[in-house]
Design a protein around this ligand. Structure first.
Ligand code: AMP
Length: 396
């Protein structure tokens, strides 16, 4: 086998997701997850040819599981097929307008963005340093969640706070999920036969984290997430947009300190906070069917805030060629897609209930009727996008 595969790595604080992908034919040879790292339950879940194998590795840290992954790849004769490694990096600040090959300056710049993503960037750097150690001869690329949104104009990315906070401390809206947006936009334009550089697209990436974006001629012109992924839509456990004075209220009236409030807004809010049941959309849909009032309320608020945000984002476009739903909820939740399109009726969206029921599978993902603006479901594939970028940067 020639060297054309890419090892895709998403290194988190207690997990590493990985995959070996051929970006040309899009074949995924293996994928997996090393989770609960540095804990007694640490393990690698290895997925290959439809089979799942679990390797328990008590207390193994990032380095030890990377050694094991390397060993398993060697056993499968996959190491010799690798042309490059692509790393997901959450925050590139204003340094990175596109994916880039990793060198010392890039490592330093990712380090410099640590303050913007204190949980994520250090974990990515750890992954980068370890793979550099075990694969010293392979080119490595960084693919940023933020870089796609670097095309936003100042009116979209500036907060109306003292300008010195932007000038001196880079406080601004950055946006996330950029790798997913790039992938699904390309896919939608191909399916609908629209040149990307002429397209006007609204996109909702709805997973555990949720955001939406306006994408004009293939470039992000506005998005809902901000300095951090807390801003914007209602999410699994994040509150999305709130009145910033809630901080003050919770402190003064209830005595909560900054850490308590930060946890409340990031981990205890969103679908979970509203429903007091679960952050998982499937659980909430099942509960709604059983008549659970707060689950219904959570889904209603989620859908309404999403529709309202999409209408606002539409003001950055000339017209709407397509509204894309992606991410675990966007790809699967018929209920939420139906509620959102109903709420967006001012744009003329007409749901095709049968198409929506099977996630648009029979017609390029399209879930609207022929005389409606197009809304479609596209399964995102961030790993493939990272593999494509890494391959292109490595010149293979
Ligand atoms: P992600 O982070 O993209 O994996 O998305 C996770 C979210 O997708 C969770 O809220 C899941 O409940 C939701 N999800 C996955 N499958 C379904 C489904 N069949 N129906 C509704 N929501 C789903």
């Amino acid at each position: 086998m020639s060297k054309q595969n890419i090892l895709v790595i998403n290194s988190g604080s207690s997990s590493i997701k990985f995959a070996v992908i051929n970006p040309q034919n899009e074949h995924e040879y293996v994928s997996g997850l090393a989770e609960r790292l540095s804990q007694p339950e640490a393990r690698i879940i290895w997925k290959q040819d439809g089979e799942k194998t679990i390797y328990d590795m008590p207390n193994a840290d990032h380095d030890i599981v990377c050694q094991k992954i390397l060993h398993l790849l060697e056993e499968q004769q996959l190491t010799e097929t690798l042309a490059a490694i692509g790393h997901r990096v959450v925050h590139g600040g204003e340094h990175f307008k596109a994916s880039t090959l990793i060198n010392d300056d890039v490592v330093q710049a990712i380090e410099d963005c640590k303050g913007l993503a204190p949980l994520h960037n250090p974990a990515h750097l750890l992954g980068i340093r370890i793979t550099q150690k075990y694969f010293p001869n392979l080119p490595q690329a960084a693919v940023f969640d933020t870089s796609f949104h670097q095309t936003m104009p100042p009116q979209a990315y500036l907060y109306a706070i003292p300008h010195s906070l932007y000038r001196d401390h880079h406080v601004r809206r950055y946006g996330f999920h950029g790798t997913s947006y790039r992938f699904v936009t390309g896919e939608a334009c191909q399916r609908l036969n629209i040149p990307v550089n002429e397209s006007n697209i609204l996109c909702a990436h709805l997973g555990n984290g949720c955001s939406a974006a306006a994408i004009y001629h293939g470039q992000s012109v506005d998005t809902t997430m901000g300095l951090t992924p807390l801003e914007g839509l209602v999410m699994g456990t994040r509150c999305g947009n709130i009145d910033a004075n809630i901080f003050n209220f919770l402190h003064q009236q209830l005595g909560y300190d900054i850490d308590r409030i930060t946890t409340l807004l990031n981990k205890e809010s969103g679908l979970l906070g509203l429903s007091e049941l679960s952050n998982d959309c499937r659980t909430l849909e099942e509960a709604m069917e059983q008549g659970h009032e707060q689950a219904t309320l959570a889904i209603d608020v989620f859908s309404y805030v999403l529709a309202k945000s999409l209408s606002g984002l539409a003001s950055s476009l000339d017209h709407i060629d397509a509204l894309i739903f992606t991410g675990g909820i966007g790809e699967n939740s018929r209920v939420i897609r139906a509620k959102v399109l109903q709420q967006l009726r001012i744009f003329g969206f007409q749901l095709d209930a049968d198409a929506n029921a099977n996630n648009g599978k029979n017609n390029k993902g399209i879930i609207t009727t022929a005389d409606s603006p197009v809304a479609l479901v596209i399964n995102t594939n961030e790993e493939l996008m990272i593999a494509r970028d890494a391959a292109q940067l490595a010149g293979c």
